[in-house]
Design a protein around this ligand. Sequence first.
Ligand code: BTN
Length: 246
Amino acid sequence: MPRPMTKRLRLLGPVERHETLDSTNRLAAQRAAEGAPEGLVVRADRQEQGRGRRERTWHSPRGGLWLTAVLRPSSLEGLSLAAGLACVRAVRRYQVPATLRWPNDVFVGDRKLAGVLAEGRFQGAAVSYALVGLGLNVDLGAEDFPPELQGLATSMRLELGTAPRLDEVQEILLDELDAAYVEHERGGLAALHEEICAACSTLGRRVRVLAEGGPTEGVAASIGADGSLVLDDGRAFYSVERVEVL
Ligand code: BTN
């Protein structure tokens, strides 16, 4: 079992737990709009309309860790990368050899283990609140994934042979999210940039970027100071539909 970390600084809870929700991001948005303090976490055992990036659906049966944290950050730039890194750090504490796939997917080899859906609301130019939704496949077997995800998704149980307790993984994940968030608040993306690049298995690989203006191929060379993906020919992408590692 991973060692506990030092005290959390910003993600102090409470954790609001539900058996079934449509989406934890949806309920967390409602709570944040009602004035919920930073640190509130909404968790569901299962989601009926789990949301992924770009309006995709997120398969969320019982056995996964589906939660959203309400944060009130000074800037959103790089926050979702920081959350992806927190996820990588958390599962590596269980010896799962996870890497980050730009921008914020967590993979083991070529299979996706976890995803991040970060959303922000502004009041004028200032961030009013951010919602960081994390979906981590913990206690799922191959039969728990629908046919279209077979061979593309994995879980901690599939990687380790046995699943850690969900409540324990929740605490580890929130510890790591708190730590990465605090580092990000103090030093911006620059504070995490080196570690993100080291954890990022997209770099050095040939990729197809699906973005506005059509698909583009190249070698992923670096991550820019603003979090963008930079190809070997210098083209930089910030907001994309999808990146395929070829
Ligand atoms: C992605 O990789 O596309 C992002 C997936 C994010 C899924 C999580 S599960 C908890 C939270 N609630 C949602 O509806 N989505 C996020």
